[in-house]
Design a protein. Structure first.
Lengths: 404, 396
């Protein structure tokens, strides 16, 4: 029997099929899953202080935090700082501590230099002579706080919180609160871009989907054209258009709509970010919409009209519901792309148009605070995953159509 | 005869061109009194759908005018026309249940909710879909979707219902069932119906009158019987049922009969007596149309005006009748149908027989029309009798 034969051969076929996917699985594991896990790990695992000053940290555990620590702690610190200076790990240590408490960097580096020149015990007297900070409890508390290999500090920092030495979680001082606002701004910008893309893309996709085939092909090509030019070129051409001496301002001045002295600031701010991102992401809205809409026969609207529905009623009750899978897919796609968008805001966003991914890039590339970068990135990633789950629950991913 | 005021729907010299130079519909005039079932029948691309669309308000005539209850409809938008339309592809709304689909036209008319529910229930009952009210169209068979589409077009009690090849997607048995259902419903409700099909059997079975169309024009409009018995053009004669055609030239003419020389295929004249339909004088070219079942085999002498010798080329047994392919007047195949009754006289291929037919069964039509029934009916499951044969001079 055919059925029997099929069921006998199935396990083998399945194993073979699985084997065929192995290279892909391996590729994904190496290039995607592993970096992802290592990135997430960096946000919670930081052994710098624990590795460089293990004895100091151990000794500090017995400190009652009433007044200053005992002499043995000072001795351990002096010994390990000298070693760190010799092994050139002191810079890393200073950076790590400085992130926890601003100003700690100079304490460490100056102490390192002084110890190198030679200093005498008792350390509880000579260290405060080198730098007065050693005579205060704060620096010891900082060491205690950062001594754990596993730390929630980066994640707390990423949401503008910090941990006190007593274990309480409090907000960062006013001047250091940036990330929550930035997350909110990023979500706001992504939502705005999504809505702008929808507002422009919906009628456009509808027009293309129901145009005669030749015109539809032409229009679709025009929509896709941006895909074939470099993102950099597209974004910089917006600078040309939008800058104060740019084409749009020239036209507005020429038309007398704005005086020459008050040219509009359209770029290097939020406006620039919105305009350029909407343009760059528009195809991701149009394509899924087009693919869904071209599956809606034109006769549906005629049927609605013949049944007595006015155009708005026919649109709302007949067309819109049938195009919803495309709306969902397009919005999800654009929002997810926008929330992690990086090059465009970096180029045209100026100071006020920067988004969270620009700061992640800053921490990865410039400040080298990978832990914080990882924490911010992971939060972003979690937000996207949450959105996906939410979408699946509410609308169903299986109903989503990304393109034909 | 109905007067002009009685015409419920009227097309007056309507023309339509989509591209500005070719005409999809040309000089189309049609009057439909209230309650009549009229079918537009014609080959693919002859403009049937275009006519329906103009009446429904999806397209606008480029010439002439359409009247509904005596009022020109030019300025009335589609959603105000109160016309029920059943589309070929059903056009049910896939995201609504059957009941919601049926409620749609009533809600658009702001009918109170209670009444909506009652009307929907009644309409579903009418098409025997009461158990399917909560199904989505995608969860139903083609025939059920078709019935739902019909119910939706009727539920709001439209003035007129248009159906565009609504049974095209159904299998033959279901189609015949539905033909009967639609006709029964239309008669019970007394609704005016404009129906489109390219299946002549369907048109004949359902309609009060059939308008046969070709290339955007109405060729003939009449009841099914008249269309079959008295076709006025070669197109109609060959599109409806089957006809043998003989090319010839009129030699003598008067209003009741004419003599036509069709030639015997060997260069000698051969005179056939025919009934003049589209000829009005001597020396005109014509095509004679003779139905295969009106040809008598070996007729008693003297009873038929036209009697010719013929050779039987082939005989096909069809059950209820025998189908002979013969050669007559140098032309083959000339089809003859003999009913399968006792004493029909067994003939064998190769036999020489005599064929006879009456003047009134031999209609002298226009010479310009061509037999186009084959191209007109691309469907594979067409009823076999719907074919036609143009006899051509036999070679050798
Ligand atoms: N939207 C349109 N634009 C241009 N030409 C059209 C359009 N619709 C129909 N036509 C042309 O008009 C003519 C009549 O078309 P119509 O759809 O009325 O034919 P039909 O009789 O309904 O054929 P079928 O049996 O295949 O449905 C055809 O030649 C067709 O190509
Ligand atoms: Mg059609």
């Amino acid at each position: 029997m055919a059925a029997g034969k099929a069921s006998v051969s199935r396990p083998r076929t399945r194993v073979n099929a699985l084997m065929l996917t192995l290279p892909l699985v391996a590729f994904i594991a190496v290039t995607f899953v592993a970096p992802l896990i290592s990135m997430m790990a960096r946000g919670v695992y930081d052994p710098t202080v624990a590795d460089i000053m293990p004895e100091t940290i151990a000794a500090l555990q017995s400190w009652d935090r009433q007044g200053l620590p005992p002499e043995e702690v000072y001795a351990a610190a002096a010994r390990e700082l000298t070693l760190a200076r010799e092994e050139r790990t002191i810079g890393r240590l200073a950076t790590r501590l400085n992130r926890q408490a601003a100003g700690t960097r100079s304490v460490i580096t100056r102490t390192g230099r002084a110890l190198n020149r030679g200093a005498e015990p008792p350390w509880s007297e000579s260290l405060p002579e080198i730098h007065e900070a050693w005579g205060e409890p704060e620096v010891w508390e900082t060491l205690l706080l950062t001594g754990d290999r596993f730390t929630a500090d980066y994640y707390l920092n990423a949401v503008d919180l910090q941990r006190t030495v007593d274990g309480d979680i409090v907000r960062q001082p006013e001047t250091r609160r940036v990330y929550v606002d930035l997350f909110i701004r990023t979500i706001g910008v992504s939502l705005s871009v999504t809505l702008l893309c929808l507002a422009i893309g919906y009628p456009l996709a509808g027009f293309i989907a129901h145009a005669p085939p030749r015109r539809a092909r032409l229009l679709l090509t025009l929509v896709l054209l941006p895909f074939w030019t470099s993102l950099l070129v597209r974004t910089t051409s917006w600078i040309v258009l939008l800058q104060q001496q740019g084409v749009i301002n020239d036209i507005l001045v020429w038309a007398g709509l704005v005086p020459d002295t008050e040219r509009l600031t359209l770029v290097y701010n939020m406006t620039g970010t919105l305009v350029a991102m909407t343009h760059v992401l528009l195809p991701f809205m149009v394509l899924p919409l087009y693919s869904v809409m071209s599956g809606i026969p034109g006769v549906q609207m005629q049927a609605a009209a013949s049944l007595g529905a006015t155009w708005p009623r026919a649109f709302l009750r007949v067309y819109l519901p049938q195009s919803m899978p495309g709306v969902g897919a397009g919005c999800l796609l654009v929002f997810i792309l926008a929330i992690g968008y990086y090059i465009t805001p970096a180029l045209v966003g100026g100071q006020s148009g920067q988004l969270i991914s620009n700061l992640i890039a800053y921490h990865i590339q410039t400040s080298l605070n990978w832990g914080l970068g990882a924490a911010l990135g992971t939060i972003l990633f979690a937000a996207v995953v949450l959105l996906f789950v939410f979408y699946d629950r509410v609308l169903g991913l299986d109903r989503m159509k990304l393109g034909a | 005869m109905k007067s002009a005021a009685d015409a419920f729907v009227e097309f007056a010299q309507v023309g339509k061109s989509y591209d500005g130079h070719t005409l999809a519909v040309e000089d189309f005039s049609l009057r439909i009194p209230q309650g009549e079932f009229v079918t537009l029948l014609g080959p693919s691309g002859c403009g049937k759908t275009t006519c329906l669309k103009m009446l429904a308000g999806f397209e606008h005539p480029t010439a002439g005018e359409i009247f509904l209850k005596g009022q020109p409809v030019g300025q009335i938008r589609a959603h105000k026309r109160n016309i029920g339309v059943v589309f070929q592809q059903y056009a049910l709304f896939p995201h609504m249940t059957v009941a919601e689909n049926l409620a749609f036209p009533l809600q658009a008319r702001r009918v109170p909710a209670q009444q909506v529910a009652a009307s929907v229930a009644r309409a579903l009952d009418m098409v025997q879909l009461s158990d399917f009210a909560d199904r989505l169209p995608g969860q139903m068979s083609g025939g059920q979707q078709q019935r739902a589409a019909i119910a939706r077009a009727l539920v709001f009690e439209p003035d007129i219902v248009l159906m565009d090849e609504p049974l095209g997607a159904l299998d033959r048995r279901l189609r015949e069932e539905m033909q009967y259902e639609i006709r029964r419903l239309q008669q019970r409700l007394g609704v005016t119906m404009l129906y489109v099909t390219h299946d002549q059997g369907e048109a004949m079975a359902m309609s009060d009158r059939v308008a046969v169309m070709s290339e955007g024009r109405i060729q003939q409009i009449a009841s099914p019987e008249v269309l079959y018995e008295e076709p006025e053009r070669v197109f109609v004669a060959t599109f409806i049922g089957e006809n043998n055609l003989l090319d010839g030239r009129v030699v003598e003419w008067d209003a009741a009969s004419c003599r036509v020389d069709v030639g015997d295929g060997a260069g000698k004249p051969a005179i056939v007596q025919a009934f003049p339909v589209a000829v009005d004088g001597a020396d005109q070219p014509t095509k004679l149309a003779i139905r295969p079942e009106r040809v008598a085999l070996n007729p008693p002498s003297g009873s038929y005006s036209n009697v010719f010798d013929a050779k039987v080329l082939d005989m096909i047994f069809m059950g209820d009748h025998l189908r002979l392919h013969t050669e007559v007047l140098g032309r083959a195949p000339f089809i003859v149908k003999i009913p399968n009754i006792v004493g029909h006289g067994a003939v064998l291929p190769g036999d020489t027989v005599q064929l006879g037919w009456l003047v009134t069964d031999c209609r002298a039509l226009d010479a310009t029309g061509s037999a186009s029934a084959y191209s007109a009916a691309p469907e594979q499951d067409r009823v076999p009798i719907a074919t036609s044969t143009e006899t051509a001079p036999a070679r050798g």
